[in-house]
Design a protein around this ligand. Structure first.
Ligand code: PLP
Length: 400
């Protein structure tokens, strides 16, 4: 099933708009907005605290949201699903709380050259702080992780391997099962950045087996400000908390404290209930569409856009072939700067991204200052591909 544009109030009220920047953030269906409004108009109170029915209802809504999201992404032990502000916070949580407790001088951290800054900088900073070695796996010319090099980089000194499931800049779908097996065979833990996978691929996090898996709600039809970190129970229980304060404690003595059980140990302070409720509604919406259909729909549009763009002189598309990418087309058009291209497209109501896509290490490796990126999602159609192609042709006319 494909999503109806009419389900998305912003798109429904802007019939001429071609929104091709869902890898940055997605539009929200009415079902998500309604769920959040319903929470605030009927169930809002501070959960876990009040001795009254309304607070119990808020607690219940928060709990139900966690259960729904856990089921959607294949997490059986929902207490191991921790709410955060997004992928960035999830990854910083792991690099800081787990990393400071487990990574020391001369240990090694393996990442790849394909990472978003959110899965690059926290590891770089951890390595600098504790004197560990950061090893960065190369990227092939067609934008894949060099898996042979990855195999040689991961060794007995590797404490953690961190990599994305899907690249935001190119759309590359990484061989994460193989990468997880390689890291685990060496005794390393695995942190997987699923920000671009959870919205676009059928996902079974338990079956995948990464020790940590992170994603953001706002890229998968949910609200901004709510994301997820999934961790293995034994790892989460053994590591220290990230932030301290209300809700996450068991007992506070004058000179020390003990921690609450999972997931509360990692959710200090008043939780973001309404956004969790919104994200759960987004999961329900995607579940109804069927993630296999979501993937197939994006693949069709990505293949079509790639083919039609490549038929235009001077267009180069980066990354592996469309069948091995998510709904991302990263491209350049001759000497036209991607920012100029995006400006021309904007004049035609086509929204794309231009720049380094928070992946400067990748751009350096591909020797590119920037690319233009069109990214597709459930509400896009062939009409959006037509508008993109027409806009690129127009840019070529304007810039000669
Ligand atoms: N990782 C990847 C692959 C991403 O695409 C993004 C966002 O673009 C992030 C991490 C960071 O996500 P957020 O900004 O929602 O924390």
């Amino acid at each position: 099933m494909t999503a109806k544009r009419a389900d998305f109030p912003l798109l429904a009220s802007s019939p001429g708009l071609h929104y091709l920047d869902s890898a940055a953030t997605s539009q929200k269906p009415r079902a998500v907005l309604d769920a959040m409004m319903h929470y605030y108009t009927h169930d809002n109170a501070n959960p876990h605290r009040g001795a009254y029915a309304l607070s119990a209802r808020a607690t219940d809504r928060y709990h139900q949201a966690r259960e729904t999201i856990a089921a959607f992404v294949g997490v059986r032990d929902s207490a191991c699903l921790i709410f955060t502000r997004g992928t960035t916070e999830s990854l910083n949580l792991v690099a800081t709380a787990w990393g400071r407790a487990n990574v020391g001088r001369d240990d090694e951290i393996v990442i790849t050259g394909l990472e978003h800054h959110a899965n690059f900088v926290p590891w770089q900073q951890l390595a600098n702080a504790v004197g560990a070695k950061l090893r960065i796996c190369d990227v092939t010319a067609d934008g894949r992780v060099d898996i042979d090099q990855f195999r040689t980089l991961v060794g007995p000194r590797t404490k953690v391997a961190a990599f994305n499931h899907v690249s935001n800049a190119l759309g590359t779908i990484n061989p994460v099962r193989e990468m997880i097996a390689i890291a685990h065979a060496a005794g390393a833990i695995v942190v997987c950045d699923g920000a671009q996978a959870a919205p676009h691929l059928p996902l079974d996090i338990d079956a995948l087996g990464a020790d940590f898996y992170a994603f953001s709600g706002h890229k998968m039809l949910g609200p901004m400000g709510c994301g997820v970190l999934v961790g293995k129970r034994a790892v989460l229980e053994a590591m220290p908390p990230y932030q301290t304060g209300g809700d996450m404690i068991e007992y506070v003595a004058d000179d020390r404290s003990t921690w609450n059980v999972l997931p509360h140990k990692f959710e200090a302070g008043t939780p973001n209930v309404a956004d969790a409720v919104g994200l759960a509604a987004a999961c329900d919406y995607l579940q109804q569409l069927g993630m296999a259909d979501v993937r197939a729909h994006e693949q069709t549009l990505t293949a079509l856009a790639t083919e039609r763009l490549l038929a235009i002189p001077e267009v180069a598309v980066y990354g592996p072939p469309p069948a091995e990418r998510s709904g991302v087309v990263s491209f350049t058009v001759g000497q036209i700067h991607p920012h100029d291209l995006a400006t021309i497209l904007d004049e035609l109501d086509v929204c794309i991204r231009a720049g380094h896509h928070c992946a400067q290490p990748l751009m350096r490796r591909l020797n590119l200052p920037a690319t233009a990126r069109a990214s597709f999602y459930v509400y896009n159609s062939e009409a959006d591909v037509d508008a993109l192609v027409a806009g690129v042709q127009r840019a070529r006319e304007v810039f000669g």
